[in-house]
Every structure is written in C-alpha cells, then in structure tokens.
Design a protein around this ligand. Sequence first.
Ligand code: HEC
Length: 133
Amino acid sequence: MLRSPLFYFTVLALLLGGLVTACGKTEHLQGKALYATHCNNCHLEEGQGLRRLIPPLAGADYLRENPAAVARGIRYGMQGPMVVNGVTYDHEMPGNIELTDFQIVNIMNYVHTAWGNEVPLVTVEQVRGWLAE
Ligand code: HEC
C-alpha cells in the first residue's frame, strides 16, 4: 500500500527522534550500572559517603572543581589527604584499570547529574586528555 510522503517523513522523524533520546538514556543507564558495580560499595546509594572514611559525591565541591583528578582517580586510584566540603579524608580509593575511557565518561556524567548534582558534563575528548596527562 502506497502512502503519502508526509507519512514516511513522520515515521522517519519519530524513529530518529527516538534513537537520539535512547542514546542519551543508554549512556546514563550504563553510568548508573557501572556506579552500582564499582562505586556504590563505598560511596553508597545516594552518593552520601560514609562518615569520615569515604567522602560524599552528592554536593561535593571536590567533584565540581577537580574533574581531571577525578577521571585519573577512577582509573588509577586516589591516595593521600583530600578536603571535601571542609572535611579532610585520607583513605585509599582503588583504581579501575579495566574501565574504558567511555565507561569513565559515563560514570562521571552519571555522578555529575545524580542526587541533585549539577556539575557540567564531560566529553570523551576531555577525559582522554586528562588521562594522558
Ligand atoms: C573501596 C572504597 C571506594 C570505592 C570502591 C570507590 N571510592 Fe571513590 N573514594 C574513596 C576514598 C577513600 C576517597 C578519598 C581518597 C583520599 O583520601 O585520597 C574517594 C574519593 C573519591 C572522589 C573525590 C572526592 C569527592 O568526594 O568528590 C571521587 C569523585 C570518587 N571517589 C569517585 C568514585 C567513583 C566514581 C567510584 C567508582 C568508579 C569510586 N569513587 C569508587 C573510596 C572509594
């Protein structure tokens, strides 16, 4: 059955629109799933951290101000004292050497927008640059 060009145009537009939305969603969901596997144990469900042992990710000034150190920390780990929202933490965070650049981007962007956080999103180009420093 032959339909008008407008019909085909509408179907195509809907498909493309759905695809674009699905892509953004997929990255967010991957970030969320990776967080559950690699970060949740310590930083916890709401990114609240744990007393003076684990710094919070929700509302953390460190996260907002040091994206390069965070990208490297997710891959290579973090150690030494750091101040987050005025509190000093000094425990080791293990690295995740198996995560790809894209996976690190998706985790970071999940954390940057979860729990009311409004930290600017990062791109894979930025993260690659920081990891190479
Ligand atoms: C074994 C526990 C543990 C795991 C798992 C862990 N972290 Fe951490 N994280 C820490 C500790 C402890 C620190 C503080 C490090 C220091 O004192 O130098 C930290 C610091 C941070 C910081 C900087 C401080 C802040 O609160 O903004 C960020 C961001 C962060 N972690 C994100 C992550 C992400 C994302 C993951 C998952 C890929 C993750 N962490 C997995 C324990 C952990």
